[in-house]
Ligand binder design. Structure first.
Ligand code: SF4
Ligand code: SF4
Ligand code: SF4
Ligand code: FES
Length: 949
């Protein structure tokens, strides 16, 4: 069902420079060529009755409700499928039309339950509305004939109901699943009276290919497909537009509310990142905010073996501040630090780094973006001049060839994946470089032209051999390179990649990819017209992550694929605010906008604004904090919204470092893995409880709007402010908009950003300043941010993590659609029905050699540790490679990952761990200790009355 607040113009907008003038019920209207009569009428303020049409889907013309008369045309054409023409004269209302529409409606209603008053859609049902519009008073056929009124409901999906008795077979759901989502899970089965909507092969929704994105629910004009929350709670009373707090797509939603309670999240048609689409997480998985595990009161304890004690906010903040001051007095200024979060808003992140730099007096601040996209910042800054992706998402609709490297968009960035799939169905070519056969390689109506199934850890070898083909086969866009790039650096790079050692043939034994495929893929991309690269953590989370990002930028520059629509280098950011947390100065060496702390002019501007002296030396990165803690030099840590004990590599090393500290302050929604080592717990607020902004993978800054009061009493930014005041560095903001104003004043790329601007435009992509007052959808147009693009030599250096007889397999990791990162939120929703444990995927050949069958418990041992997971035997992974997700703490995926990291940024090498797999009968030693420790910690909080009611 459409959201109550949205107007539906019937058919999608048409983009045409040519316009057409026509008259509708004697009203003149000018519209782009190709517009439907129905949409033109809606734009002229004339609502034509409709059922099967919606402006989110191409017109279909099945219901015959929208018939009109057009002067000079025979019969009564359907206005939704009839395009406008110059001088056309349309009549939408007369007796003949009214009679026909009433007759059509009568047939619908004769096979529809008459339970409007108790129906969840009552008052918001398009069928009900249309019955009113056409003036249906009685049904002449009676209700006794054959009908579908007893059709059984399908309640299998945890979030929505399918009640076929209410279905009018308009096919909107089927088309939404095809056109918007691209899953093609639904069909109309049979014909005529017997026709019905069915999921996959007439399965319950839960057993079908449905991925629960909600597009069909959104499209359904009746209550056939309805959110269960809507059925339980009834219609919303008010709504506010906000931004999803899960992934870096940054979908816009309308939170529909009853008082302080969310009735449902409806994707916003005006959302610039999602255009009205959603995935199962943002659309449905919000129950974690009221899950009984959520803690809403502050707590303290002296030792981690002590029970937690509920205290007032005043006491918690005073205790935290006095501990931090005590530690600094005893161990020195640099003995404490803070970690910001890519889950929190820009304003909150900015405040944490400000607290560390100005309040703690050091630069010991880092962010969880360290462990995902820090190489993106480094690699793109050094080649192109800006640490961010180059395009907006809509740019993909102009791409001719799409090269996806080390990303799994259908699981990790589902709404963008749907858009990408739309472009691929239109005919764009696809190259996938991934060790695993991700869904995109073969999905309905899409097949990758090349799947470069490389060995984990050989990205740089692959990008160099792609580049080798480009430079040795005369595929370089010489004009672009001469005009836009540093020619010296190009010549050096050209000579480097032209070396026969990087030929696809020479590299085949390294990458495992047939040379012919590399040559074919390189030619396809270079000759594309518009070639667009999208990449993810499969690029960055390697010992050569930064090198690979530079290699990608080199390839894009050499082929002229930058600086316009349809091309570009596009990092698919993991978390909702990874881009923002990096932009906000969360790294120890950088202020906001990626400016080094050693830059005197920049530092002085912050000193002047904050009224304190600041250090010109970078502080500690997260891994350095752990080392310093184990050396007894780092003793206090403030962690806002990140769970390093689960998300960082080599868990046993991390927990040893946490155990060595004297005061750990965790600000979070739940007693997460890190909080089990904490001394102060400051309850956090969910995205529904605060104002602020998130910045998505397109550099798009969108508003997060408070739809309910913070359940803890304070939003996260207020808590940081309280702590800052208590450590002696005063902050006096009364609203997050003031924090953004300060960011804008101090950051050239944000100079024009304000809440007022975002509210006016809906969202804005930085840079946003005097040159780009309404933001910058495409970067590097005409010239690169650094002036001339710089090619950098990208020597392939194999990772130190080698397979050998003891550890013969390579483990690589990734995410799954229904769960999210450490799973703290999604595990506390019905999304567990899709994925309730992490499994290790193993090729049938490797499984057979080890006597492992699907479902067996498998011990995975690496040089760092051992864990036990159940096996999934599948040929999605290549022989020699095993794969797992990492959404459940007890899986211990990071017990096995090592401390190897990117040479430039310390981003951990999560994607390559040498392991052995053996069939086992019981959990690993670590898992037994983990369970025991978890039980103890849970007991220490159980008696405190701190949970949400
Ligand atoms: S389920 Fe809804 S959208 Fe689908 S055919 Fe039936 S009425 Fe139309
Ligand atoms: S929820 Fe999404 S995937 Fe499932 S049937 Fe509906 S549109 Fe298709
Ligand atoms: S694609 Fe990402 S931002 Fe959009 S709804 Fe899903 S999780 Fe949220
Ligand atoms: S709305 Fe035009 S035929 Fe259904």
């Amino acid at each position: 069902m459409q959201s109550i607040a949205e107007k539906d113009l019937g058919t999608p907008a048409r983009l045409s420079a040519k316009t057409v003038t026509l008259s509708i019920d004697d009203r003149e209207i000018l519209v782009p060529e190709g517009t439907s009569v129905m949409r033109a009428a809606a734009l002229a303020g004339v609502a034509i009755p409709k059922l099967c049409a919606t402006d989110q889907l191409d017109a279909f013309g099945s219901c015959r409700m929208c018939l009109v008369q057009i002067e000079g045309m025979k019969g009564l054409p359907a206005s939704c499928t009839t395009p406008v023409a110059q001088g056309m004269k349309v009549t939408t209302q007369n007796k003949q039309l009214a009679d026909v529409r009433r007759g059509v409606m009568e047939l619908y209603i004769s096979d529809h339950p008459l339970d409007c008053l108790t129906c969840p859609a009552n008052g918001h049902c398009e069928l009900q509305d249309m019955a009113g519009v056409v003036g249906l008073r009685e049904v002449r056929y009676g209700y006794e004939g054959a009908n579908h009124l007893k059709a059984e409901k399908d309640e299998s999906n945890p979030y929505f109901t399918f009640d076929p008795s209410k279905c009018i077979v308009c096919s909107r759901c089927v088309r939404a699943c095809d056109e918007v989502q691209g899953t093609l899970a639904l069909t109309i089965q049979s014909r005529g009276f017997d026709s019905k909507v069915s999921a996959s092969q007439d399965n319950p929704f839960m057993d079908s290919e449905c991925v629960s994105c909600g597009a069909c629910v959104q499209a359904c004009p009746t209550a056939t497909l309805s959110e269960k929350t809507l059925i339980e709670k009834g219609q919303a009373e008010h709504s506010a537009v906000t931004t999803c707090a899960y992934c870096g797509v940054g979908c816009s939603f309308r939170a529909e509310m009853q008082g302080e309670e969310v009735v449902r999240m409806v994707p916003n048609k005006d959302g610039h990142a999602n255009h009205g689409h959603s995935c199962v997480k943002g659309r449905f998985a919000i129950g974690y905010a009221t899950h009984p595990d959520r803690i809403i009161k502050p707590m303290i304890r002296a030792k981690i073996s002590d029970p937690w004690q509920e205290v007032s906010w005043e006491e918690a903040i005073a205790h935290a501040a006095s501990e931090l001051k005590r530690i600094q007095a005893k161990y020195g200024r640099d003995s404490i630090g803070g970690i910001t979060s890519s889950r929190c808003t820009n304003e909150e992140t900015y405040l944490v780094q400000k607290l560390v730099r100005a309040g703690f007096g050091n630069n010991n601040v880092d962010t969880c973006a360290r462990v995902c996209h820090s190489p993106t910042g480094y690699g793109l800054k050094n080649t192109l001049g800006e640490s961010a992706g180059t395009q907006d998402f809509d740019s993909v609709m102009s791409a001719d060839v799409i090269l996806v490297i080390g990303a799994n968009p259908t699981d990790g960035h589902p709404v963008f994946a749907s858009q990408m799939k739309r472009r691929l169905r239109q005919g764009a070519k696809l190259i996938v470089a991934d060790p695993r056969r991700i869904d995109l390689v073969r999905t309905p109506h899409i097949a990758a032209d090349f799947h470069l199934s490389l060995r984990p850890g050989t990205n740089v070898a692959l990008i160099n051999s792609l580049a080798h083909v480009v430079v040795t086969e005369g595929l370089v866009k010489e004009d672009f390179v001469r005009e836009r790039c540093e020619v010296d650096s190009f010549e050096k790079w050209r000579a480097f990649v032209a070396n026969p050692k990087y030929s696809p043939e020479a590299m085949e034994s390294v990458t495992g990819v047939p040379a012919a495929s590399v040559r074919g893929a390189a030619r396809l991309y270079a000759k594309a017209g518009n070639g667009a690269i999208y990449y993810g953590l499969g690029v960055t989370e390697h010992s050569q992550g930064s090198t690979m990002v530079m290699g990608i930028a080199n390839l894009a520059m050499a082929t002229g694929n930058l600086g316009r629509e349809g091309v570009g280098v596009n990092p698919l950011r993991g978390q909702n605010n990874v881009q923002g947390s990096c932009d906000m100065g969360s790294f120890p060496h950088e202020f906001t906008g990626y400016r080094h702390v050693a830059d005197d002019a920049v530092r002085h501007s912050f000193e002047a604004a904050w009224g304190v002296g600041l250090l010109s030396e970078p502080g500690l990165r997260i891994p350095n904090m752990f080392e310093a803690a184990l050396d007894g030099e780092f003793k206090g840590l403030y962690i806002e919204g990140e769970d390093i004990a689960q998300s960082d590599p080599n868990t046993q090393h991390v927990t040893a470092a946490l155990s060595a500290m004297e005061c750990i302050i965790v600000q979070d929604l739940f007693l997460n893995e890190s909080a089990k080592f904490a001394h102060v717990f400051l309850p956090g607020s969910s995205f529904l409880e605060k104002d602020g902004t998130f910045t998505n993978a397109e550099r798009r800054i969108s508003r997060v709007r408070r739809v309910m009061k913070p359940k803890t009493g304070y939003a996260d930014w207020e808590v940081t402010q309280l702590l800052s005041n208590a450590v002696g560095f005063p902050m006096n903001y009364t609203h997050p908009s003031q924090i953004m104003d300060e960011i804008a004043k101090l950051t050239p790329t944000f100079a024009g950003v304000s809440f007022e601007l975002i509210d006016r435009l809906g969202s804005v992509q930085w840079p946003c300043n005097a040159q780009h007052p309404e933001g910058t959808p495409t970067m590097h147009v005409g010239t690169f941010v650094r002036g001339k693009g710089k090619f950098l030599v990208t020597e392939y250096v194999p990772t130190r993590e080698k397979v050998n007889a003891k550890y013969p397999l390579i483990l690589t990791t990734g995410r799954i659609l229904s769960q999210y990162n450490v799973g703290a939120q999604t595990r506390r929703t019905a999304n567990v029905q899709w994925h309730d444990e992490d499994r290790v995927e193993m090729h049938p050949h490797d499984a057979e050699q080890r006597g492992i069958i699907d479902g067996d418990w498998v011990g995975i041992a690496s040089r760092a540790g051992e864990t036990v997971l159940r096996a999934r035997v599948t040929d999605r992974v290549q022989p020699g490679v095993v794969y797992t997700t990492f959404h459940f703490p007890e899986s211990g995926a990071n017990v096995i990952t090592t401390e190897n990291s990117d040479w430039a940024t310390n981003c951990p090498e999560y994607k390559v761990t040498a392991v052995e797999a053996t069939r086992v009968a019981q959990p690993s030693e670590w898992q037994k200790r983990f369970r025991e420790f978890t039980n103890t910690q849970e007991a220490l909080v159980k008696q405190a009355d701190v949970f949400v009611k």
